[in-house]
Design a protein around this ligand. Structure first.
Ligand code: NAD
Ligand code: LMR
Length: 325
């Protein structure tokens, strides 16, 4: 299995590559060919990581290639983890950030379209993840849109952990958590269908609104404030779980959350990359259908979707979307 990781010399890359190579994503029996894509100025650092990967002597790691050229990095890839992106720097407006990242994810989407394997599956981690995935997918008209996803698994895991802490129930007893919308502060972590040991969650709505939702939605910012840089090991872990479940399937009776291209379900305009409750089987994500959405949930989902629409309009105005979007 050929796996391309962009931004390989960054923080998440450092937490991700060793776990992929150890078999945490695809299991112990799948030989792995790693392709690392970096910018030219980070090639030397990527070489150092490749040396360290060598030094682990992972039995399943068949090869490591490093490149600063997207066309060769995605050649024959069955999995692409798009981690490398342009971080927001002081004085940068949101439009500047969207434009800078559009310049990365458009060409990478095109390279995936032209060179990746037919079974390519793409996870976009680099922020703004949902809109970067939208841009990449729009540049890959020959790849089914369902193969482009954005990561909200970290938000999902954060929500599970906060619920476990509040209820005292172990994480292993929690199921049917949902993250809706954008990987941003507008996301909606939804407890209305969640179960604790098979029973509906029983918590105060006041806790949900004043503690649970803000804690989950602002966790990324809290980590940046505490660590001085954004989450890396937990993000890498979430990326591994996203791909592991996409390929290997989700457990019976449970679901997870992923940013997928909307088919118009749950009032999310078709084509937007939004987080939904999803199951996976046979290597395909499927939306969990027919969930009841109460008025509170509706307003929260709509608010996050409005932000996604704004982002789509902004990148469209910047000319960053190709034919399919
Ligand atoms: P980082 O700055 O440590 O690393 C980013 C790497 O990407 C750098 O090595 C840089 O050289 C590389 N890069 C930049 N442009 C590239 C390009 N065109 N091609 C290949 N590589 C390129 O950042 P990080 O901490 O690893 O985070 C990476 C991204 O993931 C950020 O956008 C961050 O906001 C995002 N993130 C997302 C989630 C999520 O849940 N979706 C969680 C945490 C972080
Ligand atoms: C996170 O959720 O930890 C990151 O997306 C935060 C960020 O802005 O990098």
């Amino acid at each position: 299995m050929r796996i391309t990781v962009t931004g390989a010399a960054g923080q998440i890359g450092y937490a991700l590559l060793f776990r992929i190579a150890s078999g945490a994503m695809l299991g112990p029996d799948e030989p792995i060919q790693l392709r690392l894509l970096e910018v030219p100025q980070a090639m030397r650092a990527a070489e150092g990581i490749a040396m360290e990967l060598d030094d682990c002597a992972f039995p399943q790691l068949a090869s490591i290639d490093i490149s600063d050229d997207a066309t060769s990095a995605f050649d024959g890839a069955s999995i692409a983890l798009l981690v490398g992106s342009r971080p927001r720097t002081a004085g940068m407006e949101r439009g500047d950030l969207l434009a800078a990242n559009g310049g990365i994810f458009g060409p990478q989407g095109r390279a995936i379209n032209d060179t990746a394997a037919e079974d390519i599956r793409v996870l976009v981690v680099g922020n703004p993840a949902n809109t970067n995935a939208l841009i990449a997918a729009s540049h890959a008209p020959d790849v089914p849109a369902s193969r482009f996803t954005a990561m909200t698994r970290l938000d999902h895991n954060r929500a599970l952990s906060q619920l476990a802490r509040h209820t005292g129930a172990p994480v292993s007893s929690l199921t049917r958590m949902t993250i809706w919308g954008n990987h941003s502060a507008t996301q909606y972590p939804d407890l209305s269908h969640a179960l604790v040991a098979g029973d509906p969650v029983s918590v105060q709505q006041d806790w949900v609104e004043s503690e649970f939702i803000p804690t989950v939605a602002r966790r990324g910012a809290a980590i940046i404030e505490a660590r001085g840089s954004s989450s890396a090991a937990s993000a890498a872990n979430a990326a591994i779980e996203h791909l592991r479940d996409w390929i290997g399937g989700t457990p019976d009776g449970d679901w997870t959350s992923a940013g997928i291209v909307s088919d118009g379900s749950y009032g999310v305009p078709a084509g937007l990359v939004s987080s939904f409750p999803v199951t996976s089987s046979g290597g395909e994500w499927a939306l969990v259908p027919d969930l009841s959405i109460d008025a509170f949930s509706r307003s929260r989902i709509d608010a996050s979707v409005a932000e996604l629409l704004d982002e789509r309009n902004a990148v469209e105005a910047l000319g960053l979307l190709a034919g399919r979007a």
